[in-house]
Design a protein. Structure first.
Length: 95
């Protein structure tokens, strides 16, 4: 179900948080789930080898990006995706 935004539903100037899934170009079976406010710079840092968890599999590309207006919801969704049932969800819908 998709909810159409209504005027006043959220503050367009409020900071956004994104949950993302990136996939290694070098090893396509490897993916990483993360959360950031500035996804472009975060992807650049993954690709520059600045993150120990992703350095060896660089370069990376974004395969899923979900934006939240609320930090708590972004954190909860990231935690879900990193759980056993969340990983099954990712495999079923984003593989």
């Amino acid at each position: 179900m998709f909810v159409q935004p209504r005027p006043g539903m959220y503050n367009k100037d409020a900071p956004r948080r994104c949950v993302y899934i990136i996939r290694s170009v070098k090893e396509p079976d490897r993916q990483y789930i993360g959360r950031a406010g500035d996804v472009a710079s975060r992807l650049a840092s993954h690709n520059a080898g600045e993150s120990p968890r992703t350095a060896r599999q660089a370069p990376w590309q974004i395969v899923v990006l979900v934006e939240f207006v609320d930090e708590r919801r972004a954190l909860d969704f990231e935690k879900f995706l990193k759980s056993t049932s969340g990983r099954a969800f990712v495999k079923q819908y984003f593989a």
